[in-house]
Design a protein around this ligand. Structure first.
Ligand SMILES: C[S@@+](CC[C@H](N)C(=O)[O-])C[C@H]1O[C@@H](n2cnc3c(N)ncnc32)[C@H](O)[C@@H]1O
Length: 198
């Protein structure tokens, strides 16, 4: 039994109501700032119901590919229903053991999910494995690491202790995945960590 899976399964039906127009505006601005090209293949780790899919799909165009991965089968079911496009796939799987080919993707993103990964080191190694050399992994939360701690504590249940590690530890975790040029922004309203596969 995976408590975290059950926790997110139970939230899936109402999940899309979580997002405000302001959240979507910030996400749109962030995605625009990433180096995503037409034809790129993008993986979204912990994709939920696919809140990023439309933004990503528009960047990669009809020849590109968006693959979302989520542990919660109910989130994946919703993502598939929300985005029935032939170049948008949602897969029910654990980001710590991705059923995806090595060096397939140009870009990886993880929005509002990295703090929830039980073994963040494994996810980092897996993200690196499936990225092409030079591919970037973007970890996004629309709260600072400190704000996330408070938010998860208040949410309680299996996510009460979910967190983002210190800046030094995150840099170590990135380097375990052979990521270089790591940049981390951690301020109220935004946590954004980006590494490039070396
Ligand atoms: C807070 S939600 C964010 C979902 C989506 N990115 C969004 O912002 O709407 C966190 C998601 O991470 C997923 N998740 C947690 N652990 C995971 C894992 N090990 N592998 C894949 N997904 C996971 C959960 O099922 C959940 O859908």
């Amino acid at each position: 039994m995976n408590n975290r899976r059950e926790y997110f399964d139970a939230l899936a039906e109402e999940w899309d109501k979580m997002f405000t127009a302001e959240d979507l505006e910030i996400l749109s601005f962030l995605i625009e700032s990433f180096d995503i090209k037409a034809h790129d293949k993008i993986v979204d780790l912990g994709c939920g119901t696919g809140v990023l899919f439309d933004l990503l799909r528009r960047r990669v165009g009809p020849e590109g590919l968006v693959v979302g991965v989520d542990l919660s089968a109910e989130m994946v079911k919703k993502a598939r229903k929300n985005f029935p496009f032939k170049n948008v796939w949602a897969i029910d799987a654990d980001a710590e053991m991705l059923p995806l080919k090595s060096e397939l993707f140009d870009v990886a993103v993880s929005f509002a999910a990295f703090a929830h990964f039980t073994c963040q080191e494994s996810v980092m190694v897996e993200a690196s494995r499936i990225l092409k050399k030079g591919g970037k992994f973007h970890i996004i939360h629309l709260l600072s690491s400190k704000e996330l701690d408070t938010y998860h504590l208040k949410a309680g249940g299996p996510v009460a202790d979910d967190h983002i590690s210190s800046l030094e530890r995150m840099k170590e975790i990135f380097s375990q995945g052979n990521f270089v040029d790591v940049s981390i922004i951690d301020h109220p309203g935004l946590y954004l960590a980006i590494g490039t596969k070396g």
